[in-house]
Design a protein around this ligand. Structure first.
Ligand SMILES: N=c1c2ncn([C@@H]3O[C@H](COP(=O)(O)OP(=O)(O)OP(=O)(O)O)[C@@H](O)[C@H]3O)c2ncn1[C@@H]1O[C@H](COP(=O)(O)O)[C@@H](O)[C@H]1O
Length: 111
């Protein structure tokens, strides 16, 4: 059976790792190393996504996107950026995009 997963649940676990810093945790290792190490991992994982996608390797691309998503979440926790912060940003763009489309449809209709 597939394990229950949510971004919110993983984010909370990473916050807990940051507060408690348990030994033997890879996330603890990243927080202890600090921002530069986390950024290096985000850069590496981004490159691996690009390479896998360029090879048209769907399975590998999914695997590397998951690695990237985890490291981006670690970066967010380190910087105190919440999932709500990112959702709010995406939501504001979504509304703008919707408005632009409506305006374009109205102007197309007038012509
Ligand atoms: N999703 C992940 C996840 N994805 C990738 N990784 C780790 O990221 C590392 C990436 O591998 P690399 O070969 O690039 O790096 P490395 O050589 O191991 O280490 P570096 O010295 O390069 O940093 C691996 O050690 C993976 O185990 C993750 N580690 C943890 N999680 C999640 O975070 C939770 C907490 O993990 P811990 O804090 O380790 O208990 C886990 O339950 C998972 O849900």
């Amino acid at each position: 059976m597939e394990a229950q997963f949510s971004y919110e649940g993983l984010y909370q676990l990473l916050e807990e790792r940051n507060r408690q810093r348990p030994a033997g945790s890879y996330t603890t290792y990243l927080f202890e190393k600090g921002l530069d190490k986390i950024l290096k991992k985000v850069g590496e994982e981004s490159t691996e996504v690009i390479i896998a996608a360029k090879d048209q390797d769907r399975k590998e691309t999914i695997y590397e996107i998951a690695d990237l998503a985890y490291h981006v979440l670690v970066l967010m926790v380190d910087m105190g950026i919440t999932l709500e912060d990112v959702k709010a940003e995406l939501a504001s763009r979504h509304v703008i995009d919707h408005k632009v489309k409506q305006e374009k449809m109205a102007s197309d209709h007038d012509q």
